[in-house]
Write a protein that binds this ligand. Structure first.
Ligand code: AMP
Length: 214
């Protein structure tokens, strides 16, 4: 199964993805996570991606699609993937449809997490992320250890540079202008399951599983 987890930044895609991918028994592919790994490792791709990420802009389509092509070439990804944060533009969407179609594969479902803009701002600006394992916290609803370390691995927990308020506003603009139009293109091709992304993690997870008949 090739499934898209869709929704604006801060709608909870990353939070929901692990459980959904494990239930579907397919790997979770999050382009943002892959870019951040390159950033930490200081690769050329990481340096290039940083200049876009820090401004809340999309990394160019060609670069992103190349990255996804090589991930899809790995052994575990042949029969299905849960995409999180990809595609993020109409050209990326058509690239993906073509890439899968070339080998007789297709997209099976879209889960569209819906959260209002005013809630998103509070969610993302309060978000803190582990510098080592990527676990996410929230200063109010799910704080890290009192000394500011990750309760999973003990590394420092910080605010992602692109989670500051001014960058989040730019990310929301990029979402509205470049990413949201993908839904319109998908409408007649792939079942889209709109899921209310507001509520407890377990509540949202239940709605996602229910929408997919799991
Ligand atoms: P995320 O962790 O999904 O919120 O992504 C963080 C940042 O990584 C985005 O604001 C973009 O700069 C970049 N990024 C992640 N996925 C993509 C993508 N599919 N296309 C272009 N840029 C991306």
């Amino acid at each position: 199964m090739f499934v898209l987890l869709f929704g604006p930044p801060g709608s909870g895609k990353g939070t929901q993805a692990a459980a959904l991918a494990s239930r579907l028994a397919i790997p979770h592919v999050a382009t943002g996570d892959i870019f951040r790994k390159h950033l930490r490792e200081g690769t050329d791709l990481g340096k290039l991606a940083r200049s876009y990420m820090d401004r809340g802009q999309l990394v160019p389509d060609l670069v992103t699609c190349d990255l996804v092509a090589s991930r899809l070439g790995e052994a575990d990804a042949g029969n299905g993937v849960l995409f999180d944060g990809f595609p993020r533009s109409v050209p990326q969407l058509y690239w993906l449809i073509g890439h899968l179609g070339a080998t007789g594969r297709r997209l099976h479902a879209v889960v569209n997490l819906q959260v209002a803009d005013d809630l998103i701002l509070g969610r993302i600006t309060g978000r803190r992320t582990c510098t080592n394992c990527g676990a996410t916290y929230h200063v109010v609803s799910a704080p890290p250890n009192t000394d500011g370390t990750c309760s999973r691995c003990g590394a420092a927990v910080v605010q992602r540079k692109d989670d500051s308020e001014d960058v989040v506003r730019d990310r929301l603009v990029a979402y509205a202008n470049q990413t949201f139009p993908c839904l319109e293109q998908l409408r007649d091709r792939t079942p889209i399951h709109n899921v209310d992304g507001v509520g407890s993690i377990e509540g949202v997870q239940g709605r996602i599983f229910g929408a997919l008949g799991l």
